[in-house]
Design a protein around this ligand. Structure first.
Ligand code: SF4
Ligand code: SF4
Length: 178
């Protein structure tokens, strides 16, 4: 092939004796590795250790109980109406005699589901609720293998009677009330 005037032939540089040994390069690499061993680490041992979230972070929902352990939600549907992602569905039921210690009001949510794949964590459901029944916590929604596993029902959303979550302030660690 004919070389033009603008072509430039670059001659391959011969390696020196030290370069051919590779030992200086290996030692240089090791020195960098050892230097980083003693530097402050930028990674965390997740999930055992988590990074502090911003105070306004919104994560997984919780359906609250009152101080007597009764479910606050009355299945009024306002959260579902407010939800821009149409992620919330519920079935209402009437409280029966003898269930006063389970549900705060005469109507309650027999079924309450949030599709976490639809949710955009806007917090509008929390804003719309007149009963202080739903809050977004700083808990991360865990990854799953099946799409159906992201539909959270009451078994996941309703807080445990003995592990009520203090949502009075958004911060990294919600304290356990009792
Ligand atoms: S956080 Fe927003 S998108 Fe998610 S369920 Fe509530 S209202 Fe819907
Ligand atoms: S969470 Fe609140 S807004 Fe939604 S149905 Fe229950 S009481 Fe109504």
């Amino acid at each position: 092939m004919q070389l033009t005037n603008r072509s430039k032939v670059i001659a391959k540089k011969e390696m020196s004796f030290m370069e051919r040994l590779y030992i200086p390069a290996i030692l240089g690499g090791l020195a960098i590795t050892i230097k980083h061993l003693f530097k402050k680490k930028v990674s965390l041992r997740y999930p055992e250790v988590t990074r502090a979230f911003a105070p306004v972070y919104r994560g997984m929902h919780v359906l609250k109980r009152d101080e007597l352990g009764r479910e606050n939600c009355t299945a009024c549907g306002l959260c579902a109406v407010a939800c821009p992602a149409e992620a919330i569905t519920m079935d209402a039921a009437e409280r029966k005699s003898g269930e006063e210690n389970l549900y705060r009001e005469e109507k309650y949510a027999a079924k309450y589901e949030i599709n976490m794949l639809r949710c955009i964590f806007c917090g509008l459901c929390e804003e719309a609720c007149p009963k202080d029944a739903i809050y977004l916590t700083d808990r991360i929604v865990p990854s799953e293998y099946k799409r159906n596993s992201f539909i959270y029902g009451k078994d996941i959303l309703v807080e445990k009677v003995d592990e009520r979550i203090d949502v009075s302030k958004r911060k990294n660690e919600y304290s356990i009330l009792n």
